[in-house]
Design a binder for this molecule. Structure first.
Ligand SMILES: CC(=O)N[C@H]1[C@@H](OP(=O)(O)OP(=O)(O)OC[C@H]2O[C@@H](n3ccc(=O)[nH]c3=O)[C@H](O)[C@@H]2O)O[C@H](CO)[C@@H](O)[C@@H]1O
Ligand SMILES: C=C(OP(=O)(O)O)C(=O)O
Length: 425
């Protein structure tokens, strides 16, 4: 178990460079097993999810190496094998091995995924898509078994009942080598979906419409990589540093961002009165003086991301008045509230709404990072607070924040990890 210890009261300044997107990376790594050639990814974030995915690859005789942000994967000697359940349960995106293994072996057996505890996270839409493509799916004791006949999957028209990032990507992974044409309607439009489609198309796949709500996929027999794929910047990591910069910064530049991916978020910062300058691939945040309260409603992309509702919360504590957050994607994503209250934050949950009031004094406390973005909100609040904050279960933060201590220290924050052990590999 690791804890992150933060000494509050220090003003931050300088520059930070955003890493590759976690939610792209965790789909790209399973997608790599569809290839008939070695694969290289660049701008890979150094996060626990990547290391756990490497453990899963190893169990299938897929060798991988991660150095200086470059992840090399050799999938050509892959074998079918039981997947290590501890690693599978450590992250959400292990469900992508369902689509990827189906594409590779025409069958898959994968335990139910883990990931952040943010309320119910069913995968019925993933299963509906696999069934529409001709698979037989059974679920026994937390394990999903997906089988097809010798002819494998066939293309199908799939209308997703709700907009799901995971179901959209999993269907793409299953369809990319299936026989014939698959059409996904009501598809998710997140930038990470475009990133996965770009990677697959550059290997010879035929995916059209990624980034819109209708995606068409013509199955192809083989996929071969010709170049290194550079992962898009992590818009959630960027949003977290934007919030931190506005809350405790004296002038911070956030490099390697695609501002169009963050429009819903930066629009809210502007509404609050944060001093931000948006450049082509960086955003500068000046020292904030008076901040206005706002109302936030999380929505699928291009709306305000659910993964940023907790990271913006500390900033709302500084606003002069009451702010409100409604998380329509995960209404039970409230694990941070009781922990922020321990630090003196005036925040409460009321009828599926989070109400955040102006708070003058925050004090360090022992708190728990119940999930990744709850952890992010605690980190920022700890920097605003007087004294020391100990964030337990810091592994949840390390699941998704690249080189976090190095980046915070470079911005002059005082933060360290304790009881840390070498990352499992
Ligand atoms: C690894 C990854 O990329 N994780 C992201 C992904 O999670 P994930 O892919 O799990 O989230 P989805 O987009 O699938 O979920 C959206 C909503 O649909 C519901 N749903 C989803 C699938 C399904 O079969 N049935 C169903 O009811 C979910 O409970 C949720 O309420 O998108 C979420 C929403 O942007 C983000 O918070 C996560 O960071
Ligand atoms: C919910 C998240 O991640 P995951 O889906 O991987 O649990 C997140 O990144 O905020």
């Amino acid at each position: 178990m690791k804890k992150m210890i933060i000494e509050g009261g220090h003003r931050l300044s300088g520059e930070v460079t955003i890493g590759g997107a976690k939610n792209s990376t965790v789909a790209l790594i399973p997608a790599a097993i569809l290839a008939d050639t070695p694969i290289k990814f660049d701008m890979v974030p150094d996060i626990l999810d990547v290391h756990n995915l490497m453990v899963i690859l190893k169990s299938m005789n897929v060798h991988s190496e991660f150095e200086d942000g470059v992840l090399s994967i050799e999938p050509t000697e892959i074998v079918e094998a039981p997947l290590p359940s501890k690693a599978i349960k450590s992250l959400r995106a292990s469900y992508y091995f369902m689509g990827a293994l189906l594409g590779r072996f025409k069958r898959a057996t994968v335990s139910f995924p883990g990931g952040d505890n943010i309320g119910p996270r069913p995968i019925d839409q993933h299963i509906k898509a696999f069934r529409a493509m001709g698979a037989e799916v059974t679920e026994i004791d937390g394990t999903v078994k997906i089988e097809t006949g010798s002819e494998g999957l066939h293309g199908a028209r799939i209308f997703l009942d709700l907009v799901s990032v995971g179901a959209t990507i999993n269907t793409i992974l299953a369809a990319v080598k299936a026989e014939g044409r698959t059409v996904i309607e009501n598809a998710a439009k997140e930038p990470e979906i475009i990133d996965i489609a770009t990677f697959l198309n550059n290997m010879g796949a035929n995916i059209r419409g990624a980034g819109t709500d209708v995606i068409r996929i013509e199955g192809v027999p083989t996929l071969k990589a010709k170049a290194t794929h550079t992962i898009i910047p992590d818009r959630i990591e960027a949003g977290t540093y934007l919030s931190m910069a506005a809350a405790v910064g004296d002038g911070i530049t956030i490099n390697n961002v695609i501002p169009e991916h963050l429009e819903a978020f930066t629009a809210k910062l502007v509404e609050m009165g944060v001093d931000i300058t948006i450049n082509e691939d960086s955003i500068y945040v000046g020292k904030s003086v008076e901040l206005n309260p706002i109302q936030v409603k999380t929505m699928p992309f291009p709306g305000f991301a659910t993964d940023l509702q907790q990271p913006i919360t500390p900033l709302l504590l500084r606003a002069k008045g009451s702010s409100m957050i409604v998380d329509t994607i995960y209404p039970k994503r409230v694990k941070h509230i009781s922990q922020l209250q321990k630090m003196g934050a005036n925040i409460r949950s009321e009828q599926n709404m989070i109400v955040v009031e102006h708070t003058d004094t925050l004090s360090g406390a022992v708190v728990d990072a119940g999930e990744i973005r709850a952890g992010a909100s605690l980190m920022i609040t700890a920097m605003m607070a007087e004294g020391i904050t100990e964030i337990e279960d810091a592994e949840n933060i390390l699941r998704g924040y690249d080189s976090i201590i190095r980046k915070l220290t470079a911005l002059h924050a005082v933060a360290k990890l304790e009881n840390s052990q070498p990352v499992e590999s």
